[in-house]
Design a binder for this molecule. Sequence first.
Ligand SMILES: [Zn+2]
Length: 476
Amino acid sequence: MSTLVLEGCTVVTMDGHGGEYGHGSEYATGHVVITGNVITAVGPGSPPLFAASPARPHNTGVSSPGDGGGGAVRRIDASGCLATPGLINTHHHLYQWGTRGMAADATLFEWLTQLYPVWAWMDADVVRPLATAALSWLARSGCSTTMDHHYVFPRSGGDLLGATVAAARQVGLRFHPTRGSMDLGVSAGGLPPDDVVEDRDAILVASKAAIEEFHDASPHSMLRIGLAPCSPFSVTSELLTDAAELARQAGVRLHTHLAETADEDEYCAEHFGCTPVEYLDSLGWLGADVWLAHGVHLDDAAITRLAATGTGVAHCPSSNGRLGSGICRAHDLLVAKVPVGLGVDGAASSEESSLIGEVRQAALIARSAGGPRAMTVRQALELGTMGGARLLGRDQEVGSLEAGKLADIALWRLDTLPHAGIADPVAALVLGARPPLELLLVNGETIVERDQLVTVDERAVTAQSRRASAVLARRR
Ligand SMILES: [Zn+2]
């Protein structure tokens, strides 16, 4: 089994074991040792086995077989870099890569109404390159695990979920796709046009099939399925109830959009006579196996209820800003001990859609709303790492740099023009420009090296996604 040793880098573990800032052990100069797909050592200075001889500079790309006893050993001099856990994205719609820049100045309901008819023309041939592009950009932004929420399934679209799974396998990210759904068309009081919603029984059959075909519950899993009816204004309460029952029978997690806009608040008041959180609560949809996208419009009672049930929130600050939806009460959620992670949301409502960008936005928007101490830089990084791992049910396996955890690691270069000389490396990463990504490991495999994707050809991915976007635009 091969061993990889990162040496001479700053290490921010996010392991929750105290440290100066309370979010985990940090080493100004430290090491991470990876054997196969697992982290086997993290600590200060050089790893004891290699202390006597210097590591090779990263740019040589030379392996030193045999140093560690059994299997090839590659040692990397990572000085000038910061090692963090790979970032974890808890809300996304990969297919939306193909409709970026549309309805650029609209509210959520206006934006959806303009885009549903475009999405109605999707098929697997279009979704595959769009998902590959979205996943490639996530990888470039330090993301090692992502969910996807695909909820538009045109009748002649083919195997759209399969297309996203194939894309994730090609790019190499750990993948948590959710089988999304909509069954409440405009004629029945919903927001989407009737021709983009599905029949409830067909949704449940497809959801069960997705779990059977793709879900891997094993501890080192690269793919776990979830179920994700879209939102209160696009699905029936019957579908929410049935999906929850199916998910709990199968042992998979539940996800939906909730409390994103004031319009949704009004919709719930008008149709259900309660708030969005009360509505979900009435359907058995709060619990530690549920995470909700956005959670912007939450009153104190809703936050208390989310905390009491262990329901998570995927905070998507850029999308909320892009659509002018409001500001998530992230500080209050954290104080109440609600599990919070970060999401880029679909690229059509967040064209930048990089996860390290969301970490920065989360810190800035929390402080804009709640003052300079509303979110520390380390809290923001924690949301993008361990926070996300908790939402996806993977906090025992990923989200921190600890011996025994899976080797999902981002190595950021902080010794170039934008960052050299910034005193605090976490402030450099969170508040500074997006640093070059020296290395991204997922399950011990190299996905990005020296800011270049190694699993896919970025130029080809770009050309193919541009063509897919043009196909969608022509079909409107
Ligand atoms: Zn969304």
